[in-house]
Design a protein around this ligand. Structure first.
Ligand code: ADP
Ligand code: MG
Length: 261
């Protein structure tokens, strides 16, 4: 569903005529319906990897494809991909429902809309319910906690029914309890909607809890140094963290990071 082939990405800092290689030799495939997390030390190129998949950045060499189409080509359907970043993106002067509808309104202004607004209004109501925001549709973002605001961001990303979700440390700024709760809800949404998810995090236990596979990147330039299958049974719940297998996987993953320092 998502494939990186021979991807390298360098940034050019014009002022000093120096190039920074953020990612090198990335070959990575993610199957349809799979939940894959990417972990690695700060600055190793995780956000760069996600922006390449989103088509926001162009690889210096290599190709990134989604559903067999190069994300840089005009044939690539951006609507098929939902993006969730670390910081909530809700506009403070619009209600939660209006914020969830925002991506659909922007597309309508571009003439790219597929359905009438009634369709999206109904869908926004479904999403409020799917993401646990029942009763908050008419609230304003500043009336919501950080965790609730991230639910709004996830709803916005789901408004076009994308088959792929790209998430960059979406729960990174939340407290541990809220993060655990949203992890459970994300798994439920993933199971109900059968998305393919590429999830970036620096939290190793979060990656294990959520994923089918965890990919470890080395310090910059980021290269894949491990690709670990997470064979924990599903559905997973609060007790998963305490299981023997979870602890084994967590120990294995932490070992890779020890080698980086
Ligand atoms: P991560 O998300 O893993 O922390 P990033 O992908 O944000 O890492 O960045 C990887 C490396 O690329 C870092 O060293 C960063 O300084 C550099 N970098 C990121 N964006 C740019 C940019 N626009 N111009 C120059 N260098 C950049
Ligand atoms: Mg980042």
């Amino acid at each position: 569903m998502i494939s990186f082939e021979g991807v390298q990405k360098s940034y050019r800092a014009d002022a000093v005529e120096e190039t920074v290689t953020a990612l090198a030799d990335i070959d990575l495939g993610i199957k349809s319906g799979e939940f894959v997390s990417v972990v690695g030390p700060s600055g190793c190129g995780k956000t760069t990897l996600l922006h390449l998949a989103a088509g926001i950045l162009e690889p210096t060499t290599g190709t990134v494809e989604i559903d067999g189409v190069d994300v840089q080509s005009p044939e690539h359907e951006r609507k098929g991909v939902g993006l969730v970043f670390q910081q909530p993106v809700a506009l403070e002067w619009r209600t939660v429902r209006q914020n969830i509808l925002l991506p659909a309104q922007l597309l309508r202004e571009n003439g790219e809309i597929e359905h009438d607004m009634k369709f999206y209004r109904d869908r926004a109501d479904d999403l409020l319910s799917l993401t646990g925001l029942d009763g908050f549709g008419d609230s304003y973002p500043n009336e919501l906690s950080g965790g609730m605001q991230q639910r709004v961001t996830i709803s916005q990303a789901l408004i076009y029914e994308p088959s792929v979700l790209l998430m960059d440390e979406p729960f990174g700024s939340l407290d541990a309890m809220t993060k655990d709760q949203l992890n459970l809800e994300l798994l439920r949404i993933w199971q109900e909607t059968e998305k393919t998810i590429l999830f970036i995090t620096h939290d190793l236990d979060e990656a294990i809890f959520l994923s089918d596979r965890v990919v470890v990147l080395s310090p910059r330039p980021g290269q894949v140094v491990a690709d670990i299958e997470i064979d924990l049974p599903r559905p997973r719940d609060e007790d998963t963290h305490g299981t023997e297998r979870f602890v084994e996987l967590s120990t294995e993953l932490h070992q890779h990071f020890k080698g980086f320092k």
